[in-house]
Ligand binder design. Sequence first.
Ligand SMILES: Cc1ncc(COP(=O)(O)O)c(C=O)c1O
Length: 459
Amino acid sequence: MTSSDAISDAQDAAKRNLWLHFTRMSAYEDSDVPVIVRGSGAYVYDQHGKRYLDGLSGLFVSQVGHGRIEIAEAGARQAAELAYFPLWSYAHPKAIELAARLADLAPGDLNRVFFTTSGSEAVESAWKLAKQYFKLTGEPGRYKVLSRDIAYHGTSMGALAVTGLADIKHPFEPLVPGGVRVPNTNFYRAPGFVAGDEVDFGEWAAEEIERTILREGPQSVAAIFLEPVQNSGGCFPPPPGYFQRVREICDEYGVLLVSDEVICAFGRLGYYFGAQRYEYQPDIITFAKGVTSGYSPLGGMLVSDKLMEPFNAGTATFLHGVTFAGHPVSCAVALANLDIFEKEDLLGNVRANEAAFRSTLEKLYDLPIVGDVRGAGYFYGIEMVKDKVTRETFTDEESERLLRGFLSQALFDAGLVCRADDRGDPVIQLAPPLICGQEHFDEIEQILRSVLSEAWTRL
Ligand SMILES: Cc1ncc(COP(=O)(O)O)c(C=O)c1O
């Protein structure tokens, strides 16, 4: 069989047998499914050998970049020694070592690690822990969870009830009861009465959380889930003082603060955890993605001593678990991944270069379609608008034509993996591997400049 026959067979099988996630499969009736076959550093390669800059780290995952042999070897060694054993009643050395290392890196008294295999499971676990914790501590009425408009917290039924994106929830209703929305921190779209000042805006957004707790009844609210920088909607950083005020409100009403760091942990914002960058102390941190840089799946939650305490006595048991959580190969891979963070000072690299990343992206402000460039660390969103002065956004039809009809494919064809997303207002999302530097920022800027200029002429 020639290599072009093999490529064509793989295309046929991809179309016949594979179901892509969050993908309109009909889009591939008349075009090829993109097939990525290998990666090296900040780049990935398709089946034809074409190179792409991985401007999204896969899906906010590949912190150390692709093709790291030492991580692959750590996984292979572990598989040969002990491929699998459950964390149900047993421990294994790599889970112990990783839990201790994460506890060392985490802020404050987040000393206990409950592993999962994914971010959705981590969110699910945090909600279940909050519910059972309150049952054990004499407040059985607390079951509700607050989260922000348009925020994404995963797709399993519990996590979906925490997610704030109406469109991806509707087909699965009725959902787990208890999900309640509060405003997000999109300053670009702030309500008029607080649009002039970021501190006022942050205060208002935090006070909305208090008002919501009071409206729902404090004795019914278990937890609030917040990302340090909200991904969905296009990177909303917290206004100054926001998290400090939220912490006070949570303390006042006995609500647990969950920092959902499935994206923001492990260097994305230049710190091991986003809570460290913004100087707040969560009760739980949920993580996944970057903990292994994707060399093997792993997620989990870091829990405070306070939350663990009722589970340390007598017959108390957290009645929850999944087969592959804390998989030995994934734990070995995570340790090798964290070794690279240390050896190459990746947090230092992000902190040293984040201003350059921002200013390179801000050059795009001279394009009429670029309304807002926002984010932190190596995590940015570019909001596209029809009118920069009025900030008018696109109609659904224009958005469909622009994002799905042109931009996504054009950016990929031009050699950039990123995400054109219209779950909120239309944005392009960028999250390059943490090894990137100025030459990668320039490449991203040049591709965006050319494709966004073309997009404007098609409107
Ligand atoms: C903040 C946040 N929470 C939870 C999830 C769900 O993670 P997973 O896709 O691993 O289930 C994601 C995924 O992108 C996320 O960004």
